[in-house]
Design a protein around this ligand. Structure first.
Ligand SMILES: Nc1nc2c(c(=O)[nH]1)N(C=O)[C@@H](CNc1ccc(C(=O)N[C@@H](CCC(=O)O)C(=O)O)cc1)CN2
Ligand SMILES: Nc1nc2c(ncn2[C@@H]2O[C@H](COP(=O)(O)OP(=O)(O)OP(=O)(O)O)[C@@H](O)[C@H]2O)c(=O)[nH]1
Length: 465
């Protein structure tokens, strides 16, 4: 592992395909002067763009472009970094990348230094090096990927804040207070006679309570950040012909699913990601639920509908106000309701569609996709069910991993509190819980993290990042 991190790496940093400009980027812990001399034909001033021809092994120019050299440690990765900014054609980029690899080989042979050889970078490897060299912590490195993948403006701005260290800062404030508390408790362990007295005088338990309260505020903001990144899985369910496909189209603002008056039109799932106030919602329209169908294709569709329902964060259960009160319709709705009993009730939202044809029961959500009435209220209801609070200032993007780590931190603090409350509290156990809380918090910024975790995180990046 260590040796691999010492390799010089190279990749095309810009998106594959045609582009106005494309960049080949090299990062190396070793001096890049020989490589620069070979490809650029001269030495480069630090951090200054130089317009020059990039040359082949035989001296023929491949392209004219800008070369940028960032000597270590003042670069993105913290290593020596060379950027070749050329015309962004796919072939030009490949030639330039191949030239860098070939020049590395030649220098390696000439100088008998294996360390001069440049290899292709793995996905996320530049950012991984930035992390290993302390340029970014783990939460910031994750934010780099989340910024690139952001699907809404709110998500992008929030990822940028996380990259700037917003989440890391919040975690840092908690960590500093936790460290102070740990120091108090650990110091007390050395004076067993007066331990509890000492802790009370130092307001250790007050500190613990304040820390817990602050942690809970950070947890709330982090959950918002994770929601912004991952979105919410919403499934539209109900009998055939209640208006599920019409609702998908209305939410998406496009004719995605086929709408007809014929029951059983939708026979397979249709999914689309939309956004409401910047929160991504992954909406799935399903085949209308009925169990009396003789049609084999529709039967499979219905079975897939139930799978989607089981996997949903929110199920919108649609009803048809034009058919309310009809015996066969009511009986079928009752059957669906019974089967939905297996789904947590907090995940189910009842929606009464076709309000232009009849009145919804008291207190229920009424919607008419024909007139558009009730659509905005439904959107707001979806956000509320998702746990979204009106955009708080300084929102940062986050991941489920961070939410989990904070939850574990909270668990250990709660255990510490419970121990502190006992008469003759076992201070060593208290100290241990605080240590575990500290470890859990440290996983967010990567202060303590397994190689395995790093592998998972960085391998999901794009190449060249
Ligand atoms: N051409 C180009 N554009 C890019 C990047 C890049 O690598 N190349 N980035 C990357 O993906 C992002 C910018 N990230 C960067 C982060 C740090 C440094 C850097 O030189 N840091 C030094 C100096 C800092 C300073 O002067 O304040 C350092 O940290 O010491 C450069 C780019 C977005 N745009
Ligand atoms: N009057 C009225 N008709 C509606 C409304 N919403 C949908 N419809 C009509 O109801 C019919 C069925 O709509 P769809 O959206 O295809 O219903 P579905 O639930 O997806 O149906 P399946 O594909 O059979 O499961 C279409 O003719 C729609 O135009 C509404 O609010 N009012």
């Amino acid at each position: 592992m260590l040796a691999r991190h010492a390799d010089p790496i190279a990749a095309i940093a810009t998106a594959p395909g045609r582009g106005a400009v494309g960049i080949v980027r090299v990062s190396s812990p070793q001096d890049l002067a020989p490589l620069i001399e070979a490809v650029c034909g001269r030495a480069l001033k630090a951090r200054e763009a130089t317009y020059l021809p990039f040359r082949d092994a035989d001296g023929a120019p491949i392209d004219q472009g800008l070369a940028l050299y960032f000597p270590a440690p003042h670069s993105y990765t913290g290593e020596h970094v060379l950027e070749l900014q050329a015309h962004g054609g796919a072939v030009v980029m490949q030639l330039l990348l191949a030239r860098v690899i070939e020049a590395g080989e030649a220098i390696g042979e000439r100088t008998e230094q294996a360390g001069a050889r440049v290899r292709l970078a793995e996905p996320g490897e530049f950012t991984q090096r930035a992390f290993l060299n302390g340029k970014l912590d783990l939460a910031q490195a994750e934010a780099v990927a989340d910024l690139i993948d952001a699907s809404t403006e709110t998500a992008a701005r929030s990822a940028s804040r996380a990259l700037g260290g917003a989440l890391s800062h919040e975690v840092g404030v908690l960590r500093d207070q936790l460290i102070q508390l740990r120091m108090l408790v650990e110091a007390t362990l050395d004076f067993p006679e007066e331990e509890i007295d000492f802790l009370e005088k130092a307001d250790a338990f007050g500190r613990l309570d304040r820390l817990t309260a602050q942690l809970s505020a950070v947890q709330a903001r982090t959950r918002q950040g994770a929601l912004l990144r991952d979105g919410l899985k919403v499934v539209l369910a109900g009998q055939p012909n209640v208006g599920k496909s019409s609702l998908l189209n209305a939410l998406a603002g496009a004719e995605l699913a086929i709408v007809t008056p014929i029951p059983g039109t939708t026979r397979d799932k249709v999914s689309q990601t939309i956004q409401i106030e910047g929160v991504p919602l992954h909406i799935t329209d399903t085949a209308g639920l009925r169990d009396d169908t003789a049609d084999e294709v529709e039967r499979i569709g219905v079975s897939r509908s139930w799978d989607a329902i089981a996997d949903a964060d929110v199920v919108l259960f649609l009803h048809d106000l034009g058919r309310l009160g009809q015996a066969d319709y009511e009986a079928e709705d009752e059957r669906i309701r019974a089967r939905l009993a297996a789904v947590e009730s907090s995940r189910i939202v009842q929606v009464f569609n076709k309000a232009d044809l009849g009145a919804a029961p008291e207190g229920e959500i009424a919607l008419s996709l024909k007139t558009g009435d009730g659509l905005e209220a439904l959107r707001q209801r979806l956000l509320k069910t998702a746990g979204w609070q009106a955009v708080p200032e300084g929102l940062f993007i986050a991941r489920e991993r961070h939410v989990q780590a904070l939850a574990r931190t909270a668990e250990h603090l709660a255990l510490a509190r419970a121990i502190a409350e006992q008469r003759d509290a076992a201070l060593d156990l208290l100290a241990e819980e605080l240590r575990l809380a500290h470890d859990a918090l440290g996983e967010i910024t990567g202060a303590f993290s397994a190689d395995e975790l790093l592998g998972v995180i960085f391998s999901s990046f794009c190449i060249g990042k």
